[in-house]
Every structure is written in structure tokens, then in C-alpha cells.
Write a protein that binds this ligand. Structure first.
Ligand code: ADP
Length: 275
């Protein structure tokens, strides 16, 4: 990054010698490149959020106005209008929820309460919740083998969110009749547990794979597969890496499917026994 331009805050003062004679000049340079970048990122984020809020709001406004103006003559049309409004309201609340979660984590204001938990149990729980969604699309869900020591020291709600986001993406971006597989491996020597969610879905082009964890990034080619905010994977990354010192991974092939994984440090046996 040698050739990246930098921004400095500069204060110049004269140094006087005898009488009014200027003896020299002192310049104090303060590197504010990072501050400027952060402020730009914040502005972009606010701009992006407002843009994303506008679309569903415009739809809600238009459809509710049509309802108020009695433009929907029959019961069926009125029902359709109401369901559009409900869908868009849901989209808005998903967006707001994700934005709030991300900014709480980034600002460090979120309350994190970690405790020992079994990853297998957390996954099992979330898989039950997702079952009907997978069934709707006739997607076969292949579970994981039970393992011996899979205790991690985590904020359970946050890790639930990570699992839900990965499972729901696997279902969202896999066409009907496909399958998904959830596996947990434990590497006692490295002291980590790794969860992988593999699907037989549409995949991600190689040149975009780096960007899927960015805020609001949605792969163009996959947009018509499902609705989304482009914030789910960013939340996954922040929860795993920032809050739990873990790591996230992704591999994918267009048309063949993707594997999203995350790794968390195992809870020490002492931490488990202390509870
Ligand atoms: P979204 O709300 O759009 O699903 P995410 O942050 O969860 O946002 O994911 C970002 C993008 O990454 C998605 O829009 C999609 O294009 C791509 N993506 C995520 N998971 C998968 C997957 N399992 N298969 C294919 N593409 C995926």
C-alpha cells in the first residue's frame, strides 16, 4: 500500500527569534487517513441503508394508497394488496434487524454473554426450525454425526444466528430437489470445532467470492433466486471473527454448489466444568 494517498491534518506555526524576526517554521502533520476512511465508510453505509429502506417503503405506500382509494374492487385483489404490504413490511424489519445487529457489534455496544455450549445441539435445534422450509423446496437435508467433545464457549443466540443464516442461504440458493449437508468436525490438537454447510445450489462466480461477506453485497447472477439484504453473511463474519475469535471460509463452484464453514475455539474442559 506504499502508493496509497494519505490525508494529513497540518498545523504550521512560525517560530520567532529576536524581535519580530521569523526564525523558522514548525509544521505538525497528523495522519488522519484512517479517520477519513472510517467517516467515508459510515456515510456510504447510511446512504446504502436509506436506499434499501426506500424501495419497500415506496411499495407499502403505493399499495396502501390504492387500498385507501378503493382501487381494489374485489376481495381477492384486496387480499393480494395486503399480502404485498405484509411481505414488504417483513423485508423492512429484516433489514432493520440486520443493520442494528451489525452496528451494535461494530460499535462494541452489544452485550455478549458467553457460556459453554454444544455445537451439535445448537445445529440440531436450528435444523428443526428450518425443516419445513427445506421440505417446501424438496431439499434433502443430510445431518451430521454426533461427536464426543464439541463444546465451544459462545454467545448462544449469536451462534444460532450464524447457523440460521448459513442454513437459510443454503436453502435459498439451492433449486428445488437439491440437497444440503451439515457437518461438524473437531480438531482437538488445534483446539477448534468447524461447522460446514454444503449445498448443491447455484454457486458463486470465482471473481465475486471474496466479496460475499461485504455489507450489502449480493451476487448479481443469484439475485433472482431469493430475496435478501446482503447483510446476512457480514453478520456471520462479524459474529464469528470479531466476537468469538473464529474464522469463516467459503468455497464454491457455479452450478455445482457452495460450502460455507466457520471455525470456533473449543471451550477448555475447565471452563465447561466450572459451570
Ligand atoms: P442475502 O440476504 O442476499 O442472502 P447474504 O449476506 O446472506 O445476503 O449473502 C450475500 C450473497 O452471497 C447472496 O446475495 C448470494 O448471492 C450469495 N450467497 C450466499 N450464500 C450462498 C449460497 N449458499 N449459494 C450461493 N450463493 C450464496
Amino acid at each position: 500500500n506504499e502508493d496509497r494517498s494519505k490525508t494529513f491534518d497540518c498545523i504550521v506555526s512560525c517560530v520567532y527569534g529576536e524581535g519580530e524576526r521569523v526564525f523558522g517554521v514548525v509544521a505538525v502533520l497528523h495522519d488522519i487517513t484512517r479517520e477519513k476512511e472510517i467517516s467515508q465508510m459510515k456515510n456510504d453505509f447510511v446512504g446504502h441503508v436509506s436506499h434499501e429502506l426506500k424501495t419497500p417503503l415506496a411499495t407499502i405506500t403505493a399499495y396502501s394508497e390504492m387500498l385507501c382509494d378503493s382501487e381494489a374492487q374485489d376481495v381477492q385483489t384486496r387480499k393480494e394488496f395486503c399480502s404485498v404490504i405484509r411481505e414488504q413490511a417483513k423485508r423492512l424489519s429484516r433489514l432493520i434487524e440486520d443493520v442494528l445487529n451489525i452496528s451494535r457489534i461494530e460499535s462494541g455496544l452489544i452485550k455478549v454473554s458467553k457460556e459453554p455450549a454444544s455445537l451439535t445441539m445448537l445445529i440440531e435445534e436450528q435444523m428443526q426450525m428450518m425443516k419445513s422450509y427445506a421440505e417446501e423446496k424438496n431439499i434433502k437435508v443430510i445431518g451430521q454425526k454426533p461427536i464426543v467433545f464439541d463444546q465451544v464457549y459462545v454467545d448462544k443466540d449469536m451462534i444460532r444466528q450464524v447457523i440460521v443464516n448459513l442454513l437459510s442461504n443454503a436453502i435459498k440458493y439451492t433449486p428445488c430437489g437439491g440437497s444440503m449437508k451439515i457437518e461438524t468436525e473437531v480438531d482437538e490438537i488445534a483446539g477448534v470445532a468447524r461447522v460446514s454447510v454444503t449445498d448443491t445450489g447455484v454457486g458463486i462466480p470465482e471473481n465475486e467470492i471474496e466479496r460475499v461477506f461485504d455489507k450489502f453485497y449480493r451476487v448479481d447472477a443469484n439475485k433472482n433466486q431469493a430475496e435478501g439484504t446482503g447483510l446476512g453473511l457480514n453478520l456471520v463474519k462479524q459474529i464469528v471473527e470479531k466476537v468469538h475469535n473464529g474464522r469463516v471460509f467459503v468455497t464454491s463452484r457455479v452450478g455445482a454448489g457452495s460450502t460455507f464453514s466457520f471455525e470456533l475455539p473449543l471451550a477448555t474442559k475447565e471452563a465447561v466444568e466450572a459451570v
